[in-house]
Design a protein. Sequence first.
Length: 171
Amino acid sequence: MERSVLIIATATFDMEMLVSRAFVKDADETFDELPDRPISQHRNIVTPEGLAAIEAALTRLRQERAHAQATNDRASLATLSRELRYWTSRRGTAQVVARPINPTKVEFGCSISILRADGCEQTYRIVGEDEADPARGTISYVSPVARALLGKQVGEVVRVGKSDIELVAIV
């Protein structure tokens, strides 16, 4: 009886050592490659400014990668390599669409003003996915608001989520 208890205790101790060791970070842990960032299934249409931003990001990332290589910073190299793969792919698929001149309907690149049901008026420019930053007044052409408004004219009301919004201006 004593012998079987000792075997079980030893087996339990060995398993605890294995489990505990799995969560220890090795000093020589490698950062060879991180998984790719997901790429949208939508067309990669961008404004001329969006293309310039992609080009600037690629230039900056290449410089940062060169520095990381010079300092043998493997963690930074892994992150920078992943970002370079993403932006190189986005650059390769980018389709530049110029801002429309005197649009009468909402199109990619337009600036629009909308009036929400609560009386709040907001202005946005419809841009590519990687350019979108609502806090800075840009929304992606695949966002719910932009999708609801594409092709609409001033005065039209559309439903977005649970509320209506009126298109009050197109620039």
